[in-house]
Design a protein around this ligand. Structure first.
Ligand code: S3P
Length: 174
């Protein structure tokens, strides 16, 4: 069986996991970091650590534009850190042109974790993490956000990973 190219060690590299909410960026990012013996950073966790506030509480108190500003600065400071690492982004992190410029400036490998909308929706409905965009949108609007983001994820990705099976397994063993 052939290994995906991104498992090749040696080159200095930051691995950036992108994808919609519920795709499993945190779970897979942490496993990938372990496999590659690299430090792992989860963007939402970094934000929570810095603000001492949950993402949903931050959204409620300061609004989405303030969250996006903070998210971008956390992303930039992680990219600025010395050395290889695995970074799990939030689903909206790479949507801004500023974040996309950063991705182009740094030597990074972008892995897009992708699956179908219904799988993601189901997973989010059963997840304990409160996601403001999930809670505050109708299913129809949430699907529109998903559709709108797909082409951006696709254009930024060096690799696309179908995580449907992983999500099904997690569902079954719950
Ligand atoms: C968001 C995704 C969330 C979190 C915030 C906004 C988004 O992260 O950053 O709720 O805009 O897609 P996850 O993708 O880790 O759920």
């Amino acid at each position: 069986m052939e290994c995906p190219e991104f498992f090749q060690l040696g080159e200095m590299m930051k691995y950036i996991l992108i994808g919609f909410m519920g795709a499993g960026k945190t779970t897979i990012g942490s496993a990938l970091a372990q496999k590659l013996h690299l430090p792992f950073y989860d963007m939402d966790q970094e934000i929570i650590r810095q603000t001492q506030c949950s993402v949903s509480a931050y959204f409620a108190k300061f609004g989405e534009p303030a969250f996006r500003k903070l998210e971008l600065s956390v992303f930039e400071s992680l990219l600025n850190k010395e050395g290889d690492m695995v970074i799990s982004t939030g689903g909206g992190t790479v949507m801004s042109t500023e974040a996309q410029q950063l991705l182009a400036e740094y030597q990074v490998e972008v892995l897009w974790l992708n699956t179908d909308f219904e799988t993601l929706y189901q997973r989010l409905a059963e997840d304990d993490v409160e996601r403001p965009l999930f809670i505050n949108n109708t299913k129809e609007d949430f699907k529109a956000l998903f559709d709108q983001r797909l082409s951006t994820y696709e254009s930024l990705a060096n690799h696309q990973v179908d995580v449907t099976m992983q999500n099904q397994i997690l569902q079954e063993v719950k």
